[in-house]
Ligand binder design. Structure first.
Ligand code: MN
Length: 444
């Protein structure tokens, strides 16, 4: 099953007096908010948004994710009624993994960004809602100009400016090894995209990779607050699969037979599964099915009410214990089922081994002898047993050039006994003797 690990880091930069960026990483969601407006306004707007997103826990559906951002917009807008916070707003870029169908939802409002690193290639997922982005799109300035444009901080969309907000929603397939970068403009206005890609490719640890990007932006000038969230998609089933493989390799039983069985299993059992991959995927689907209905009872009204009245309480609102026990139960089921599968595998392997031994034995027995017989008036030597054994029919090994009519009657009688010989030489010798045999000899 896919899960999300990661790290979130923010830095004030070299120039600003306050950090109006806020970041979030939880196993359910990663987010960056870049606040703007007034002395405290920007900080407030970003903090409210991140706190509301931090209230998400467990498996987050796409609808619930979008609803939460809508709620954050409303909460920031309502809070901006206070005179000292008037006009505040914030960008938000956030990502949530849906492990049940292996997809990721990315939400964006404003000019923070989401990038996806997949198989070494870094791709921008979001489109900035900013003045310079529009100028670039109209071909009036280049990407390079945009990074140093005097109006590069002007956003065309943000949370909290009105009671409604237009939200960009991106859906991606998720796979083991995918890495997402969420960042504020304090990173990409200071650091070239190739320089951003390098530590993401080279540094496995998410926290170290994030810190390395912060260092680059600070070194590049740090004219704005800098925020970096690195999210890694990992398949714990993948790890389980590797462990099982290692265990079965250590067992002192015939490996060849195990390999044969694995092949049979992977071609027949797993055909209906969505992806080729670790065994146990089919099982996951079965155990995951009941979850969406389990999870839904949190209503929008409850969520928004909670958050608007007392934003701080949204943290305590996280039912982390229930999500833990749920995933614990799932892991137990997996283990039980994989034990059953393990037992079935050994039984099946024993049956296969028995058949294999019998098959080879019969093949060997059926073709390990030679005998002479008549075919179209000539004595020929067959390899095999007279009349054949099960599916192993005798095969013509060698003609002898001896015609039946040249044989003495005793020789013909002897031939009809269909004596079996253990080697071709012995059979040829026998035919030679038949040729020479005379009636007296045959009778004695
Ligand atoms: Mn910024």
């Amino acid at each position: 099953m896919l899960k999300m690990t990661g790290a979130a880091v923010t830095h004030i930069g070299q120039v600003r007096k306050t950090n109006q960026d806020r970041v979030l990483f939880s196993p359910s969601v990663g987010a960056v908010a870049d606040g703007m407006g007034g002395h405290q306004g920007g900080e407030q707007a970003a903090a409210i948004t991140i706190e509301i997103l931090a209230g998400l826990s467990g498996q987050v559906s796409k609808d619930r994710f979008v609803d939460t951002v809508v709620a954050a917009n409303r909460a920031v807008f309502e809070e901006s009624e206070r005179p000292e916070l008037r006009g505040m707003g914030t960008t938000v870029v956030a990502a949530a993994l849906h492990s049940e169908d292996a997809t990721i939802t990315v939400i964006n409002v404003g000019d923070s960004r989401c990038y996806l690193l997949r198989r070494g290639e870094l791709r921008q997922i979001t489109v900035d809602h900013s003045l310079v982005e529009e100028l670039v799109r109209q071909g009036r300035i280049t990407e390079e100009d945009a990074r140093s444009h005097p109006q590069r901080n002007i956003v065309t969309r943000a949370l909290g400016l009105s009671d409604e907000v237009e939200i960009d929603v991106f859906e991606l397939d998720a796979g083991h090894g995918d890495r997402l970068l969420l960042c504020s403009d304090g990173l990409f206005n200071e650091v070239e995209i190739d320089a951003i890609a390098a530590p993401l490719r080279e540094i496995d640890d998410a926290d170290l990779a994030a810190r390395s990007l912060i260092d680059l932006a600070v070194a590049g000038g740090g004219r704005d607050n800098i925020s970096v969230v690195v999210l890694d998609i990992v398949d714990d089933g993948h790890a389980e699969f590797i462990r099982e493989q290692a265990e079965s390799a250590r067992r002192p039983t015939p490996k060849a037979a195990a390999a044969v069985f694995d092949e049979v299993e992977s071609t027949s059992d797993e055909t209906p599964a969505d992806e080729p991959g670790p065994d146990g995927e089919g099982i996951d689907q079965v155990s995951v099915d009941p979850r969406p209905t389990d999870r839904l009872p949190v209503t929008d009204a409850e969520e928004v009410g909670d958050l608007v009245d007392v934003p701080e309480s949204s943290r305590g609102h996280q039912p982390s214990a229930s999500s833990d026990s749920r995933s614990g139960g799932l892991a137990d089921d997996d283990r039980l089922m994989s034990e059953d599968r393990g037992r079935a595998r050994w039984v099946a392997m024993a049956v296969i081994m028995t058949f294999l031994v019998a098959f080879l034995g019969i093949n060997w027995f059926g073709s390990s002898a030679y005998f002479a017989a008549e075919q179209s008036g000539e004595v020929v030597i067959f390899r095999g047993r007279p009349g054949g054994i099960l599916w192993v029919d005798p095969e013509l090994e060698q003609p002898t050039g001896v015609a039946i009519e040249d044989l003495a009657p005793a020789g013909v009688l002897k031939l009809e006994e269909e004596l079996e010989w253990t080697s071709l030489e012995a059979a040829i010798e026998f035919v030679d003797q038949l040729e020479r045999a005379d009636p007296d000899e045959a009778e004695s």
